[in-house]
Design a protein around this ligand. Structure first.
Ligand code: HIF
Length: 290
């Protein structure tokens, strides 16, 4: 990996695209796991406590690195390490979020707004950012609509934004050795599209009979597909379902709403100071100063 000039984020995007193809890994692409990394780095933000979020790249240290909800994300972190090593000016936290949105675009999705300036925590700062937490703030796929609204409400998302974000489950798959669930949501899991919504609306889903956690299954075009209980909750809840129907019918609307919502997700808790960097602002917020 060669170095790119400091501040050349287009050069970094090119390097991310260069390592996305990973023969032998999943569907031959690291794209989906980059998207999950960007989301889990950001999705532990709390609007109330003002902790968590993508600033800091805290997943390199406990407690986030040992959170079972983050199982498997070390694959994404390791794929990206050579880029960070070649470009020491680039923070892990900027790289993780930039890799996620670059992957979405490269897999056919919309262009997502992204700003640099995240700073990386030390071990102690990572721990301080989670003080008081007794369990993970990330969602539990076994639960329903109330849980989804609680988790995403804590980050400041509306029903419309929650459903838009959920379309990202068109990408990638569940792994038994990571979450316990197994399988992909759509036929082509490395192509960003509104297929997830179209499939959710079809009357094909049956509980899977197996020893693993409760999930749904269906076979489409010869491919075995799956849905989590949280995915099915989007059509079981009448207010969520309105948006599932809109996005299934209108891919442009989905792409537009998704880009805004995912852009908001990766900005959570990132408050840049006048110089464009985030750390000092976050530190004073943690210490309870104005
Ligand atoms: Fe996921 N998600 N997610 N997710 N997720 C998994 C995998 C991916 C939830 C559960 C799971 C979002 C919301 C939720 C991606 C992207 C996003 C897995 C499987 C589980 C269990 C992990 C594994 O076994 O490897 C729940 C309960 C969510 C709240 C409803 C976001 C909207 C959809 C925010 C989002 O962007 C991606 C991409 C993957 C695939 C990762 C892979 O390695 O292929």
């Amino acid at each position: 990996m060669s170095a790119v000039k400091e501040g050349n984020f287009d050069g970094i995007r090119e390097q991310v695209r260069g390592i996305m193809k990973q023969p032998g890994y999943d569907d031959g692409s690291a794209g989906p796991v980059f998207v999950r990394l960007a989301w889990h780095a950001s999705g532990n933000f709390s609007l109330v406590e003002h902790t968590g979020g993508s600033n800091g790249a805290g997943m390199r240290f406990p407690p986030e690195s040992v959170d079972p909800a983050n199982a498997g994300l070390h694959h994404a972190i390791s794929f990206l390490l050579p880029i960070q090593a070649a470009n020491p000016w680039l923070t892990h936290s900027d790289l993780w979020t930039l890799a996620g949105i670059t992957a979405i675009e490269a897999m056919g999705g919309p262009k997502i707004p992204w700003e640099p300036g995240r700073t990386d925590y030390s071990t102690a700062e990572a721990a301080a950012d989670h003080r008081g937490d007794i369990s993970s703030r990330l969602p539990d796929g076994a639960l329903g609509a109330d849980h989804i609204r609680e988790v995403f409400g804590r980050m400041g998302f509306s029903d419309r934004e929650i459903v838009a974000l959920s379309g990202a489950h068109a990408l990638g798959r569940c792994h038994e050795d990571r979450s316990g669930y197994e399988g992909q949501w759509v036929v082509n899991p490395i192509r960003f599209s509104n297929q997830y919504f179209k499939l959710l609306l079809r009357d094909i889903w049956k509980p899977r009979e197996w020893d693993g956690p409760f999930q749904y299954e269906a076979t489409v075009a010869g491919t075995k597909l799956m849905m989590l209980p949280t995915d099915m909750a989007l059509v079981q809840d009448s207010e969520f379902k309105v948006w599932v129907e809109k996005y299934a019918a209108d891919q442009d609307l989905f792409f537009k709403d998704f880009a805004m919502a995912f852009g908001k997700l990766i900005e959570l808790g990132v408050e840049r100071d006048d110089t464009g960097f985030a750390q000092l602002v976050k530190k004073s917020a943690r210490e309870g100063k104005p």
